[in-house]
Write a protein that binds this ligand. Sequence first.
Ligand code: 2AM
Length: 484
Amino acid sequence: MEQKGDIALIGLAVMGQNLILNMNDNGYTVVACNRTTSKVDEFLQQAAKGTRVIGAHSVEEMISLLKSPRKIMLMVKAGKAVDDTIELLLPHLSPGDCIIDGGNSYFLDTIRRAKSVEGKGMLYIGTGVSGGEEGARRGPSIMPGGSAGAWPLVKDIFKAISAKTPDGSACCEWVGDNGAGHYVKMAHNGVEYGDMQLICEAYQLMKYGVGLDADAMHTIFAQWNTTELDSYLIEITRDILAFKDADGEPLIDKILDTAGQKGTGKWMSVSSLDLGVPVTLIAEAVYARCLSAIKDERVVAATILSGPEEKFSGDTVAFIEDIRKALLASKIISYAQGFMLMREAAKEYGWSLDYGSIAMLWRSGCIIRSVFLEKIKAAFDKNPNLRNLLIDEYFASLIGSCQGSWRRVIAQAVTLGIPVPAFSTALAFYDGYRSERLPANLLQAQRDYFGAHTYERLDKPRGTFFHTNWTGRGGDVSSSTYTA
Ligand code: 2AM
């Protein structure tokens, strides 16, 4: 059989199909495969009709159609399906062939799979692909990581099919070894959870605080999209608010307020706990979804628990501008936390991440695409070792100019009894991060009091530990010398 396939793709759900069509548009010959082979025929007869796409009905056939070294991309369900498919492929591959997992895999799974596949002489890539169905078809953001030797094999294809920034560069760059690509994709999704929650809190304040209707909010979001907030998520919110149901009423007012989730925000929060990085906003965004999901309980509680009687009575126009600035300030915190986490993960897992490049991977194609990311890139260009986005001159000054609004909005929300968990945790983080002294002196004293956990002193060098016999009864032995 003539070996003319540039790449094979297994998994013909909509993302897989669209990636194939995108590769085809860019001049590549793709071999299409699926566990249920009838889907291969359907695809060839429908969406892929008239294209160069070749169907394969077995692994053997697929392998025989591919040029060497073979590149096989999996777009199957995350989890066991990926392991099963890898097992199925391995006996048919030759050293130097490459398996690429383009699904939403957990980065620790990717690290494990990369090691195992590399151990057998093949190459492995775990790549984030973001942008949904539309992105896959027209140009997604692509975040590949894994065996460095595999990058030259797929670089041209991936760069060709990826989204492009306004200056024309590809939203696809090598991220790092092992699970780095899927980690960065996870961070992308976590940041997406944060952005969405922040927009929802702004909406809630305008709807239940100020009493605006969907049309009025549509106009506000349209205006916000011409400011620093210019982004895909603000844009779709604008359009959602204008969308009318069949009866002419805003559809948004009829949608049940219980959020779903697929787990990437949770993974990011778990990773932040594992690594000890305070990624508070994204964790709050996950919890906000969880709270929304217990609708039945909330409906009962609403009849039992009272809130304040106050109604908003301020200047509406000024308050709306305050909300915009609160959203912007909180968004800066969210990204600062996301980049803090990636920095710590890079240390933990031995990656050398290029943070400016990651910001540009997200600039177009993906769900969090925004103008804002260019400012992040500029901050890391100016100082590649920047410890935290918040201390970059541009962001420090921008957040400083927003903080009056931010505090007013949160104070007003508290007065009105409107929950703004992400706005609030962002401000608490800001105030904590800029505090030279926090009450952890008391915390250390408490720990030493009940558990002899010791403390360091302000007037002694770091790394010298002290224990005090606080009560005269506990003794002078610290917990470093015995297990309490
Ligand atoms: P299917 O059409 O045969 O179900 C999204 O679910 C994609 O993942 C589909 O292409 C689906 O194939 C594939 N998939 C799900 N579980 C799989 C498994 N255990 N092995 C291989 N492919 C699987």
